[in-house]
Design a protein around this ligand. Structure first.
Ligand SMILES: Nc1ncnc2c1ncn2[C@@H]1O[C@H](COP(=O)(O)OP(=O)(O)O)[C@@H](O)[C@H]1O
Ligand SMILES: O=C(O)C1=C[C@@H](OP(=O)(O)O)[C@@H](O)[C@H](O)C1
Ligand SMILES: [Mg+2]
Length: 173
């Protein structure tokens, strides 16, 4: 079964997705990578600065809808991808497994502040000075949309990445 990981910024979608795809011997798709490629490989903060967030959202919507037409993959969507209305609808209708990686705001804000990994370039969505303030504002309206799209929800607040992957593999059995 094809798998899409959704959830807020720094919930672990890219890390979990990459390792899960390796375990399942399937291609891994990260929609943020495809969006960057669409904008000549620029970092997301540069795309936001030069083209504006709406152009980023339009590209990620088209890319996500295209990914959902493929087969035999594991994909990590960007945190805002499922809340684009056409993507929400497509995910609700999609026959694959949509996994929501869920964590409370304070955990996500801390991971955003300390992340030094390849996805750490996360430009502000609100102009809010701190990640804590921004997550407090942006997460709440997203939660019901993530929940609506999800076939499986995993609490990732205190669950190490290998155990998150194991829960997905257990669900597939
Ligand atoms: N289950 C977890 N427990 C602890 N840290 C995690 C977990 N999942 C991800 N992380 C860390 O959080 C940061 C963001 O992870 P990432 O995979 O880039 O998230 P996303 O793609 O959802 O934005 C990284 O530093 C990663 O190592
Ligand atoms: O939540 C969001 O609106 C965003 C999440 C990011 O992806 P990650 O969730 O992988 O950080 C990236 O798509 C962009 O910075 C916007
Ligand atoms: Mg990511």
């Amino acid at each position: 079964m094809d798998i899409v990981l959704i959830g807020y910024r720094a919930s672990g979608k890219s890390s979990v997705g990459k390792r899960l795809a390796h375990d399942l011997e399937r291609p891994f798709i990260d929609t943020d990578d495809l969006v960057r490629a669409h904008f000549q490989g620029d970092p997301i903060s540069t795309i936001f600065a030069n083209h504006g967030e709406p152009a980023f959202r339009a590209a990620e919507t088209d890319i996500a809808l295209d990914v959902l037409k493929r087969t035999n993959f594991v994909a990590a969507f960007g945190g805002g991808t499922p809340v684009q209305p056409r993507v929400t609808q497509a995910l609700e209708d999609w026959p694959g497994l949509c996994v929501y990686l869920s964590a409370p705001a304070h955990v996500l804000a801390q991971r955003i502040d300390t992340d030094a990994g390849p996805g750490a370039d996360r430009p502000s969505l609100t102009g809010q000075a701190s990640a804590a303030d921004e997550v407090a504002r942006v997460l709440t309206p997203r939660i019901p949309i993530y929940q609506r799209c999800a076939d499986l929800t995993i609490d990732v607040a205190t669950t190490p990445i290998p155990q998150v992957i194991q829960q997905i593999l257990d669900h597939l059995r």
